[in-house]
Design a protein around this ligand. Structure first.
Ligand code: AMP
Ligand code: MG
Length: 358
């Protein structure tokens, strides 16, 4: 691939006005562009134009059965994309839109099969990032925007990550802030069950937490793929969850257990030069080389640093990395969900050897 890529600078809607208009024009005319959102950078194209979405799959090197999320800038833009807007969608939009939450609903004929990956449902999100919404408005069409990385590599959370992965493969890259959230949106299905009633089901955890969704809706089921590897041949409700994903070149091993157990595990198993990716508090126990991805209790910081650190490990030439697993409450569930995929499901339980006397 050898496309002419331009860099457009838009750190806010005032100083970036011209860049936002230029990106909108490229997208309206069928081109593709990497754009900032609060979750990760997205590789955007007109969601209603199969030729544009084909370009997205090609630039990413992504399997085309993997559906794309459709990004809108205003509530009224949802109705034409779906067959019906259930009460649950209104409740969630009131609480979390604009923001890092994607809703899956039965799709209207307007949405091409190439966008929904052949499914009869569509994923829709309204991003909070003002530059993202400015670009959607300037384009005048809903934008399909999967993460702006080459398929398989960690999602991009800075404009430089997009340049590393997509320069020469897309029409434009929008230079803007680092992503605040750092992991992809929470995905919830609001499709009806056999009785016609909406059955809320969490397909991918993100910054809008399971606890928050349950507060808004009551019962919310959790898809098996959120916390574990799906067995061969299982029904996959969220196609993105079946691949090894977000992975650096290094061999990643996810280590569960408290700080002391993690430290002991490293002492026993790590060969010279192998990395620890750990919490701030682990650093005194983790030896060298070690990188911290935030305090153990600060899941938001872990999410914000996660993908940049995975890329950093590649830059450092790490061959093997022992990552200390986060707790799975709140945003920790999203961090854990990405890490088990980055580790290709290599997960170990570390046990503390020394008895602690009360
Ligand atoms: P992203 O890479 O952030 O664009 O994530 C897209 C992911 O959202 C896909 O890989 C799926 O896991 C999920 N998704 C999108 N559309 C659907 C859909 N119609 N049904 C189920 N999951 C979907
Ligand atoms: Mg992705």
């Amino acid at each position: 691939m050898d496309k002419k890529t331009i860099l457009l600078k838009a750190y806010d809607c005032d100083s970036g006005r011209e860049a936002i208009e230029a990106a909108g024009r490229i997208l309206r005319e069928g081109g593709i562009a990497a754009i900032p959102t609060e979750t990760v950078y997205g590789l955007a194209g007109n969601a209603l134009d199969p030729a544009a979405t084909a370009k997205i799959y090609e630039a990413k090197g992504r399997p085309s059965d993997n559906p794309l999320i459709v990004h809108i800038a205003a509530w009224e833009e949802l109705a034409p994309l779906v067959r019906r807007v259930p009460r649950e969608a209104e409740l969630l939009a009131a609480a979390f839109w604009p923001g890092p939450l994607t809703m899956i609903l039965p799709k209207a004929p307007l949405v091409p099969d190439t966008t929904s990956g052949g499914l009869d449902t569509v994923a829709v999100r309204m991003p909070r990032d003002p530059v993202a919404r400015g670009i959607i408005r300037a384009a005048g069409v809903p934008l399909a925007a999967p993460s702006a990385n080459r398929s398989g590599s960690p999602s991009p959370t800075t404009w430089r990550h997009c340049v590393d992965d997509l320069w020469g493969r897309v029409d434009a890259i929008v230079e803007s802030h680092d992503c605040q959230v750092g992991v992809e949106s929470t995905v919830i299905s609001l499709c009806p069950g056999p009785d016609g009633k909406t059955q809320p089901r969490l397909l991918r955890p993100g910054a809008v937490t399971l606890e928050q969704l349950r507060e808004a809706l009551g019962e919310v089921a959790v898809d098996r793929g959120v916390l574990e590897r799906l067995p061969e041949g299982a029904v996959v409700h969220s196609p993105g969850m079946k691949y090894k994903h977000y992975a650096p070149a290094a061999d990643v091993i996810l280590v569960k257990g408290n700080s002391a157990a993690y430290g002991e595990y490293l002492k026993e198993h790590r060969a010279p030069g192998e990395y620890a990716m750990c919490f701030e508090e682990d650093l005194p126990l983790a030896g060298e080389p070690a990188l911290s991805y935030g305090a153990a209790a600060d899941h938001a910081a872990q999410a914000a640093r996660l993908f940049d650190l995975l890329r950093e490990l590649d830059r450092l030439g790490a061959k093997r990395v022992y990552v200390h697993a986060p707790q799975v409450d709140g945003v920790g569930l999203a961090v854990y969900n990405r890490l088990i995929r980055a580790a290709g499901f290599q997960i170990v339980e570390a046990e503390e050897k020394t008895e602690i006397q009360p």
